[in-house]
Design a protein around this ligand. Sequence first.
Ligand SMILES: Nc1ncnc2c1ncn2[C@@H]1O[C@H](COP(=O)(O)OP(=O)(O)OP(=O)(O)O)[C@@H](O)[C@H]1O
Length: 287
Amino acid sequence: MITLHDISLGFDEFHLVVEHLHLQAGLTLLVGRNGAGKSTLLSLLATASMPEKGNIIYAGKTLETSLPLIRSHMGYMPSGLELYEEMTVERQLGYLAELKGIYDKQEINILLSEFELESFRKRKLRTLSQGVKQRAAIAQAFLGSPAFLLLDEPLNHLDILERKRVISMVARYAKRHLIVVATHELSEWGNEQVERILWLDRGRVHFYDTVERWMRHLPERVWAGSVPLAELESLDKQRISQLKLLGNQAEIRLLARQAPDDRFVEVQPTLEDAYFIHTGTAISSFY
Ligand SMILES: Nc1ncnc2c1ncn2[C@@H]1O[C@H](COP(=O)(O)OP(=O)(O)OP(=O)(O)O)[C@@H](O)[C@H]1O
């Protein structure tokens, strides 16, 4: 568990302020709009930056007394992590493992296998695609089976199969550890894979609780239906959360208290629908 108390960290025009947050074991998705402070919070949790005031306690240990110990239990993948381009994938993981005091080659082999990196193990990172580099960046965060795993936008650059693989690995790992994943890809995560949602808005925590509570008592319901393209305009007051164009038809998922008409049927909300409802945003706000 990680407890933040009276935390503040700021830049010129942005301040992250957390009065009290008690992060629990399991998988938490960290969500919020661009600039909400997700990366700033992850970097704080990872001890890559330090709070200006307040304290953070990791399983009873404080930063003041136990920083090296806390770091030895930390796995962190910042967004845009720059790997050592001239190293091979295997050497990169080996090198980072040694920095963590891990000399067991077997652990590297397991990670290379789990992230489907075996066929690239002798390749220099600079010769690899973004997706493969991303897998290597995520793999390094798992080195040493950290108690606290922090991943910033891990699904970036990954194709759909790799996304599914990473999501299921993360969900499995979360059964025994504390993981916080910052993501914009809420629709990719299944309700049953995620324990909690942490929603940040403009540097403040707006929600931290279970998925069950995230989905409960939503003030709007979710409707799916198909309408001719020409009628889209008339729906623009509705809150469209998903739109797919199929010839002259638009397949729509929208958020409303009542069905707009009998072409729409009620469907189960996803984590993403709930995000749109809580935040009062939907894609219709953007077009
Ligand atoms: N080193 C820095 N110096 C100045 N401002 C910064 C710095 N790092 C972040 N910021 C600002 O802090 C705010 C929060 O940034 P942060 O990257 O934490 O947001 P985010 O929620 O992760 O956004 P995104 O979804 O776009 O990744 C932004 O306004 C950003 O410009």
